[in-house]
Design a protein around this ligand. Structure first.
Ligand code: ADP
Ligand code: MG
Length: 696
């Protein structure tokens, strides 16, 4: 077979339609895809043991000769055994293969093989079950460092490795995508060498070289792409100068006095917006620190000069809530607040869009719907992204592009998730950072308790007591629906006994709180139903809200004073902290109960960490330590393209080298128009495929 990167996998021997479908699940359809399907780990199979020396731990390679013809026996329907004895000068090894009848013919008496598997020693008898094997003279998966790939059902590592091996010849002479001078300056291995050695490394050193080059490459393209994203703002040039207004006029609208921190950040925002350059500011403040006020202030300033502002919220629930509170706050000042979400009817959306275009809305609150094609502004001068980690770099850029030809809107990003400084610089570049490091007065810290099942009844009594005092309660469950495989509620296996919103709410209503008004809220409900459930809770109509983590972000019901988190060990620390932040938002002493059946000491320790502090930064640090950066940044919260090899939080040094290289290149050729830089341009474009307009 003559392989090129474009060769479809169906041309590979042994890949039929069914197997091709499975490979497609992994995103693999061509030989080229296989080349960039980097291993997630490696197994060292270089050492080949004699039968007697093979250690009975882990999987090892043993060289031996088949001493007999394999014996096939059918134990019962659906259970076939092949057994064969293999030997060398040190002893005998008894092999058993389950349900692999073909092995009867695949192993021949008198031939020598390498067997790879786990040796078990029972008395003087040595055995191995289901080893991988190959003939001594045709070794390709033994006697070397083997790649370990991410897999899917029906595709074994052996199979995938065999496919990659067949695809590897097309790495021959693949075009070098890193400019020569950059490779030289940073001592990076060549492309072909790196691709070959990332899959089947010659040795540790070759692997390290390959990995370094490929990770560098990813980070380099990332840095170049981000540079394009940022310079877009620069090229759009001037901002809209928004002249300051008397701050007292705004403060008069508030039902409370701002904290010192809020007031300081408001001044920073107003100074930013008054200047000629577009504001680009990140406001970090722990849950409940009152970030919304700052957004309202910016919107109010903006409306004062006849410009428009837009606030993007990550969920519909949150958009609705912001819409309600901002219109209540700003309407008396004549600011016209609008709402645009995906679940509005076509007619409603149309009406809102034309009002935006006509300039009849001053401050629009919405979800991703704001970014969609049909939305045009009359004079968009301000973008606020709430809880930004749910938005990508790309979405913010797309909205910013709606500011029009000549001026770039001011951007205010609000976040409760502290990100390590280095990473923030990469993601946001020249972003200025404000911190709201003070909570509104009168808040009593949320008392947090870790409890076990034996306290469940007392916990329910506590719910009743809170409700009797006029307060409201959240109960958070990790699942929406009951897993059919799960144990029945009350059964001993807590890991399987995840509380599910629907069934649990029913049970609570029937058996525990027949006299209370319960509501439910979860992600699988229709937007209308969610909205109704949320407003029933914020108006106090519902006393207890049984919900999934959809309430995690931003939801604000100051009368809620108790949150119960079921199966608390299932959540990350930062997430628990966010959830806990749903209470303690008013004057009432508030409580958070973490209920768990876990037997893991480590999990208990994590929960106790949460109980002992309310400092969001400290918690996120602990989280990072416990779960590792990979997980922390795993679900693309930052909105950056997925890295295959590089670890954004782990490869900091390599990252700064890649950034430096990107800067050097772009200084010489800012638009990458030189022919020798076209491959870089192509690769960056592919990496940022979700952000097609970053190159305009
Ligand atoms: P977050 O920073 O989590 O977005 P919010 O802006 O939702 O916080 O504010 C949390 C709650 O605190 C809201 O009910 C808000 O009205 C209230 N709040 C904000 N600032 C103050 C203040 N200075 N004094 C009293 N209450 C405040
Ligand atoms: Mg908020």
């Amino acid at each position: 077979m003559d392989v090129t990167p474009g060769t479809p996998l169906t041309d590979f021997p042994g890949v039929g339609e069914a197997r091709a479908k499975k490979l497609e699940k992994l995103g693999l359809t061509t030989a080229g895809d296989l080349l960039t399907w980097y291993p997630r780990d490696y197994e060292d199979r270089r050492k080949i043991y004699t039968v007697a020396e093979a250690p009975p731990e882990g999987r090892v390679c043993v060289a031996a000769m088949a001493a007999e013809h394999p014996r096939l026996s059918r134990i019962r329907k659906g259970l076939e055994l092949v057994q064969v004895k293999v030997v060398d000068h040190t002893g005998a090894l008894h092999l058993t293969f389950f349900n692999q009848g073909y092995i009867e013919r695949a192993i021949r008496a008198g031939e020598e093989y390498i067997f790879y598997g786990a040796v078990e020693v029972q008395g003087r008898r040595r055995t191995m079950v289901n080893p991988i094997f190959e003939r001594m003279d045709k070794q390709s998966f033994t006697g070397r460092i083997m790649p370990v790939y991410r897999l899917t059902a029906g595709i074994s590592n052996h199979m995938l490795a065999a496919l990659v091996r067949q695809a590897l010849p097309c790495a021959q002479g693949i075009p070098e995508t890193l400019p020569q001078h950059i490779r030289q300056a940073h001592s990076l291995a060549a492309a072909e060498f790196s691709v070959k050695n990332i899959h089947f490394p010659e040795d540790e050193k070759a692997l390290a070289l390959a990995r370094r080059r490929l990770a560098f490459e990813e980070l380099f393209y990332l840095a170049v792409g981000l540079h394009f994203l940022k310079s877009r703002r620069g090229r759009e040039g001037e901002g809209f100068p928004i002249p300051p207004r008397p701050k007292g006029d705004f403060l008069a609208l508030l039902p409370f006095a701002p904290t010192g921190a809020q007031s300081r950040v408001m001044d920073e925002v107003s100074a930013d917006m008054a200047g000629g350059r577009p504001m680009n500011r990140l406001v970090q403040g722990d849950v409940g620190s009152g970030k919304t006020v700052v957004a309202a202030y910016a919107g109010w300033l903006c409306a004062g000069t006849g410009c428009q502002g837009a606030l993007m919220a990550p969920t519909e629930v949150l958009a609705e809530q912001h819409y309600k509170s901002l219109s209540a706050l700003l309407a008396p000042a004549g600011v016209r607040v609008g709402l645009l979400t995906g679940s509005m009817t076509a007619a409603e959306k149309k009406k809102t869009r034309s009002a935006l275009e006509a300039g009849d809305i001053d401050f629009i609150v919405g979800t991703h719907a704001l970014i969609s094609e049909g939305v045009a502004f009359r004079r968009l001068a301000l973008i606020v992204a709430d809880e930004q980690h749910r938005f990508g770099v790309a979405q913010r850029a797309a909205l910013a592009a709606k500011g029009g030809e000549n001026a770039a809107p001011h951007v205010l990003v609000m976040s409760a998730t502290p990100i390590p400084r280095t990473l923030a610089l990469i993601i946001y570049g020249d972003l200025d950072v404000s911190v709201i490091d003070q909570l509104p007065p009168g808040r009593t810290p949320i008392a947090t308790y870790v409890v076990r099942e034996d306290k469940r009844q007392r916990m329910y009594n506590f719910v009743r007591k809170q409700v009797a005092e006029g307060r409201q309660v959240y109960i958070i469950c990790p699942a929406v629906e009951e897993n059919p495989d799960a144990a029945l509620p009350g059964e001993e296996s807590p890991a399987l006994n995840l509380k599910a919103v629907k069934t649990y709410a029913d049970k609570l209503q029937r058996e525990v709180f027949p006299d209370l008004r319960l509501g439910i809220l979860h992600g699988k409900m229709k937007p209308r139903e969610k909205e109704a459930a949320m407003s029933a809770f914020s108006s106090g109509q519902t006393q207890v809200l049984v919900a999934t983590t959809v309430v995690e972000v931003g939801v604000d019901v100051p009368n809620a004073s108790l949150i119960i988190i079921e199966n608390a060990d299932r959540f990350g620390l930062s997430q628990l902290h966010q959830l806990r932040g749903r209470v303690g938002r008013g004057q009432h002493p508030s409580h958070c109960v973490l209920i768990t059946g876990t037997r893991s000491l480590e999990a208990m320790e994590r929960l106790h960490t949460l109980a002992s502090t309310t400092d969001g930064f400290k918690i996120s640090e602990e989280d990072l330590k416990a779960r590792g950066p990979g997980d922390f940044f795993g679900n693309r919260q930052h909105g950056l393209p997925q890295m295959k090899l590089a670890d954004l939080a782990g490869d900091m040094r390599l990252l700064s080298q890649a950034q430096e290289a990107a800067r050097t290149l772009l200084d010489q050729d800012p638009r990458l128009t030189r022919p020798e830089n076209r491959p870089v341009w192509e690769r960056v474009r592919r990496l940022f495929a979700d952000t097609p307009d970053i190159f305009n």
